[in-house]
Design a protein around this ligand. Structure first.
Ligand SMILES: [Zn+2]
Ligand SMILES: [Zn+2]
Length: 432
């Protein structure tokens, strides 16, 4: 019987457009359901993801949704294809319609038969996808300004905060804060206008936390990298580059997004965060980086749209931007061949040759292994790697392959710097 189950699409293979996108990104729709994103964009009369998200945020002048209902409907359309056979709505025969799995309300099927055949696969992820289904709607509250919610000052030193548990223990009871969002107008609007019933309050509280954790995961990962490299933000101002910053990080980014670093290193000498990536989305953070030091005790964010090695040539080498003390990248996906050759290779060589402390995260152990292999082949000196204690708690669906086990942002990391030590300079080991 197994042979009758439609084969799951092969793993993510980047196209020209998806080279710099992560696996969960919009364009990865293209990789397994040919033309799906094109279909959506055409039906919305939009030319790219940026326009789409801008419209969702209500920022687009030319294009906007008629009302919330219309907007949530359009967002839902991006998930409408048969999980069993990949059929799009337009390929259905007359009288057919895509029906949702009633358990997760997150995947669609063209027929009962397709659903039945898919169940052995889908049942492994259905429970997780229920959370994905809630989160992808609740995430809208980060565009309305309800998320991230404000955090409290740290009562422990950075070194003492080793994982989420430690961080949460400093925050006290989160429920008053979460309940304010729960009873707010935006939350009401959300469930009045999207096409599923409002989950119970406890589900929503947990979802709010998961989305908050994704936001904080990035900041805390940077702080962890600072500590792992023993950089001292009290000795001198730090410049941190986020290489390959994507729309995920730069969409709707605010000047205060890395302020958790102020709680982590109170009274520091100044921390500049520069987001660099071809997918950087226009907004208040898109402003020139600093040539030297940022304001003391403050985090200064700027952003540059372009590839990292270009940024280096254009700005760092010409001393228009300060040289980094640390480079961090969130799931660059340089294990995807094309991305490596076209985008990441010059950057990796540059980081290696300038001996820059570098810290990159991955979505999964599989991605970690592939990335380690690549760095090894480039003779990059890997300092350590493993699970990130500040992994995002929000499950991320591999959008075009809903039956793949959901992944988590920043769940693994690699820390590297410089060239692998030469053979002759190594201490003789007992094996030699
Ligand atoms: Zn089907
Ligand atoms: Zn399901």
């Amino acid at each position: 019987m197994a042979s009758q189950i439609p084969a799951l699409p092969q793993s993510y293979a980047p196209t020209n457009e998806s080279v710099f996108s992560d696996q969960s990104g919009f364009f990865s729709l293209d990789s397994n359901v040919p033309g799906l994103s094109r279909v959506i964009l055409n039906s919305l009369n939009m030319k790219d993801y940026g326009q789409y998200r801008a419209a969702v945020e209500g920022k687009n002048k030319g294009i906007s949704f008629r009302n919330y209902k219309d907007m949530f409907n359009k967002m839902e359309e991006t998930f409408k294809f048969c999980t069993g056979c990949n059929k799009l709505p337009e390929h259905l025969t007359e009288g057919q319609s895509l029906k949702r799995c009633v358990k997760c309300l997150n995947v669609y099927y063209c027929t009962k038969d397709c659903q039945r055949k898919d169940w052995p696969q889908h049942k492994k992820v259905c429970k997780k996808l229920r959370l994905v289904g809630i989160d992808r709607l609740v995430e809208w509250l980060s565009f309305t300004g309800n998320l991230p919610f404000p955090t409290k000052k740290w009562c422990k030193s950075a070194a003492e905060v080793r994982n989420w548990e430690d961080w949460l223990s400093m925050q006290g009871d989160l429920s008053p804060c979460l309940d304010t969002i729960l009873s707010g107008g935006n939350m009401t609007n959300l469930w009045k206008n999207n096409c599923r019933p409002r989950p119970d309050d406890d589900d929503l509280r947990q979802s709010l936390w998961r989305i908050q954790s994704e936001f904080l995961s990035r900041v805390l990962t940077v702080g962890m990298a600072v500590q792992h490299f023993s950089l001292d933000p009290y000795a001198k101002p730090l410049t941190i580059h986020l290489a390959g910053a994507s729309h995920n990080e730069s969409m709707g980014a605010r000047l205060t997004d890395y302020d958790e670093l102020n709680s982590m290193f109170p009274g520091h000498q100044g921390i500049e965060v520069v987001m660099v990536g071809p997918e950087v989305v226009d907004g208040p953070i898109v402003r020139p980086p600093l040539r030297a030091f940022g304001p003391r005790q403050r985090v200064y964010i700027s952003a540059y749209k372009g590839l990292y090695h270009q940024f280096w040539e254009e700005l760092v080498e010409k001393k228009e931007a300060a040289k980094p003390d640390l480079v961090v990248g969130y799931h660059p996906g340089f294990h995807a061949n094309k991305g490596l050759i076209e985008g990441w290779l010059p950057t990796l060589l540059l980081l290696r040759d300038f001996n820059i402390p570098s810290f990159f995260t991955m979505f999964s152990e599989m991605e970690l292994e592939c990335s380690l292999q690549i760095l090894h082949e480039l003779e990059i000196h890997i300092r350590d790697s493993g699970p990130n204690p500040f992994t995002s708690q929000k499950p991320e669906q591999v959008q075009a392959c809903p039956n793949k086990m959901p992944v988590y942002c920043n769940s693994q990391y690699i820390r590297f710097q410089g060239l692998q030590p030469q053979q002759e300079s190594e201490e003789a080991s007992p094996d030699n």
